[in-house]
Design a binder for this molecule. Structure first.
Ligand code: KG4
Ligand code: ZN
Length: 343
């Protein structure tokens, strides 16, 4: 019997709805719709929580209709509903989570609450029935995690950031350089015409196990800006590509080094890369080369599935549902939801 599941993602500034169908060991994406609010938040230089939740409320219902239409089904065909329960912005999470619970309640179907980070973790396997044990690097706006995934639900945290996440560092440095929000894709664009060796920025905690720290790097960029223009502390336009390329190279060097170290430590030959920062082509290339050199297999989700989307949330919910798990409608959202408790 095929199983069809609809899931909602609304943890930050993307409203997203996806419908997946599992049939004879195959998982098909029937619809994956995203309504991005980036343009709304850009003029404020970052996400404004109240604007985010109001826009989720406005766009979610029509997006569900569009997803059903694109999937060619009606809501009666949905066997289970899923939604992100955290981590994320409380007021944003509530919109998607409560909507999915209401749909499940009115249809008398199960509800499955999903950890957003588990969505990223499983995204490189989307479309496949089988999951494989792997060493995962998740690099998003709020998290930098090294996880040993042995099976669905069997995750060991090997490393995380002591301060800023990789994406957060990109966004903060982008802001310092006067680039539009979000900084990640803008820095990548600027870096293409810059030199990665123009400025010697620090590679923090390189010899310090599997944890990360990116705030020292951010401060080093700030000091460099003050050196370049002591009166304003602003980047001269012609220095921006070099600053971006040198910053990006420092981030990539640390991410690649620690990922390979973690793979070696846990003995995994398969490495996965996920989260918004994994859209970065320079990071993908550097990680691919490092994996090729050592004979590791690398799996990365397509860019559209690396940033926030509902297909990855539906995928986790589907795996839970197929294992007979469901969540209580009384289960609250949790803005600080952890995927794995730190050891
Ligand atoms: O996974 P995601 O969409 O949302 C969170 O769960 O946080 O990640 C968003 C982060 C932002 O910090 C954004 O600047 C970064 O991913 N990002 C990038 C790129 N595209 C998005 N960072 C570097 N290069 C990119 N091309
Ligand atoms: Zn995310």
């Amino acid at each position: 019997m095929p199983t069809t599941l609809l899931a909602i993602e609304s943890s930050c500034d993307e409203t997203a709805v996806a419908i997946l169908r599992h049939d004879h060991g195959k998982v098909d994406t029937l619809a994956s719709e995203i309504s991005s609010q980036i343009d709304i938040h850009r003029e404020f230089g970052g996400v404004v929580p109240e604007l985010a939740s109001r826009n989720h409320s406005l766009h979610l219902r029509p997006l569900i209709e569009i997803a059903l239409k694109n999937a060619g089904i009606t809501i009666d065909a949905i066997d289970a509903f899923g939604a992100t329960a955290g981590p994320g912005l409380a007021s944003s999470l509530l919109v998607g989570n409560t909507t999915a619970k209401s749909l499940a309640l009115s249809a008398g179907k199960p509800f499955i609450s999903v950890n957003h980070m588990e969505g990223h973790l499983l995204s490189p396997f989307l479309g496949q029935q089988d999951l494989h044990s792997n060493l995962a690097l998740i690099v998003s706006g709020g998290h930098t995690l090294l996880i040993h995934m042995k099976d669905f639900g069997d995750y060991t945290l090997l490393g995380s950031t002591r301060d800023d996440a990789a994406g957060e560092a990109y966004d903060k440095v982008g802001k310092m350089l006067g680039l539009p929000y979000p900084g990640g894709p803008e820095i990548e664009k600027q870096a293409r015409s810059g030199s990665p060796t123009a400025f010697a920025f620090p590679r923090s905690m390189m010899k310090d196990g599997l944890h990360f720290s990116f705030s020292g790097l951010k401060t080093a960029v700030l000091y460099q800006l003050e050196k370049l223009d002591p009166t304003q502390g602003k980047a001269p336009a012609d220095a921006i590509p070099d600053l971006c390329a040198s910053f990006q190279q420092a981030v990539i060097d640390v991410l690649v080094h620690k990922t390979l170290l973690a793979a070696e430590q846990c003995g995994e030959r398969l490495i996965t890369l996920s989260g918004g920062v994994s859209c970065n082509q320079a990071l993908r290339k550097a990680m691919q080369k490092a994996c090729d050199d050592r004979g590791y297999e690398l799996r990365i989700a397509a860019p559209a599935l690396s940033t926030d989307n509902a297909a990855m949330i539906a995928f986790v919910a589907l795996h839970s549902h197929l294992r007979g798990h469901s969540s209580s409608l009384h289960e609250d959202i949790n803005p600080n939801l952890q995927l794995i408790a730190a050891p």
